[in-house]
Design a protein around this ligand. Sequence first.
Ligand SMILES: Cc1ncc(COP(=O)(O)O)c(C=O)c1O
Length: 488
Amino acid sequence: MEPVIAAHADWVGEALGIELMTPSSQSLARRLYRALRGWIQSGRLASGSRLPSSRRLARDLGVGRNTLLEAIEQLVAEGFLETRPGAGTFVADLPFGRGEAVSEAAPSEAPEAALSARGERLLRFCASPGDHHAAFAPGVPALDRFPHELWQRLLKRHQRDAPEAWLDYRTQGGVTALREALCDYLRLSRSVRCRPEQVLVVQGAQQGFELIARMLSDPGDVAWLEEPGYGGAQACFDAAGLEMVAVPVDGEGLDLKRVPPGQAAPRLIYVTPSHQYPSGVTMSLPRRLALLEAAETHGAWIVEDDYDSEFRYGQRPIAALQGLSEAARVIYVGTLSKVLYPGLRLGYLVLPEALVAPFRRANARLHREGQYAVQAALAEFIAAGHFSRHVRRMRDCYRQRQALLRRALAPAVARGLALSEGQAGMHLVAWLDDRDIEQALVRRAAEQGIGLSPLSGYYLTPPGRPGLALAESRDRAGAAETPRDKHV
Ligand SMILES: Cc1ncc(COP(=O)(O)O)c(C=O)c1O
């Protein structure tokens, strides 16, 4: 109870001050009386709360102490307040509320949520509150395997040693050590062309997509997106007012020959070439070259989302599309959400030189930079080799889990179930012949408390090809507690 009382003592003076700012024909004492009585009756000032001393209150409010005492004495006389000699003035023990928070307005009085048309449309890409995708929900790493203790130690040290400059507003694109570490990693393991100056640290890939859409397109511009594709990117581009054109994906990735005819030239082209989400396809070299050429022809920017390329089993990692292009029309988007954990909210863009300064400025204005100590801890995590060790461990773990899932599905495969090819990533796609079967499986699983992700959720123009995206990365216990976005 103590903290509630102390908190009340703090806000009463400020709240009364605000009350007195409104012009009124009533006397000051009357207004103070009415405000205090209203708060007691509504339960905002709970039974047992102690008021600040009348001397302090009068001084804070800039009113005479006698004026204040007049209001308080009236409330004491009516039984709302009681004075305890030597202790102060307290809210009497009344049935209006005993310290529990009381909402300002009853739900029935709350205004209706009048969302904008954009807000309403955006919700189509978002989970409903009760949606829980459990064991097979794609997109989330095995969180129980993250080296929490080591990470906490690094975090604590970097928080403690944070220089004063990190407390300020900054526009450097992120902590230098992290931009350097990421740059080394990307050059070596992903063949990305970059200098540390080109790296802009953002709060996850999602924020990167938003920034790209806002900085490089106007409402009504066209964006080409993979079909089926990633709901997070679809939501961002839709919210930015882009005309989204779904371009089908086949066994070689995005098929430009199937761009619907009669479309304006694209401004943005969003792709996941290393491991198409969700189909798992790797974009072939001819398709990559065709895509780069198309971007050049249309003056479009390619958004390369390289979200989980660390996890390839058997095959050699595929170099990033960005590294293939001299022409600098590719913005490379990376995330730490898969390789470390999504709650970290760290991702990065590798920007063509011409975009570095405008993106830094806009990011610092729209989203603000921050989390420098976390960034510094991550830089050390990478530089000291913990990152690559963790990646190796997780690669082993997901390879084994994927093999297990394939083994478990082998009887169904023998009966004709088609599983996504390739040995990569943290999920598989099971293609089904029939939408009814897909829906029946989703229902049956839900009855057992298991969430399944039907492929229709990944299509901009549903229903699309029936199937399920099945993650193998999570254990059931950990997953069940986590509410998830619809098409993560
Ligand atoms: C295809 C794809 N890209 C990017 C992301 C990562 O997004 P973020 O960095 O915002 O967590 C995800 C996460 O689910 C994803 O599936």
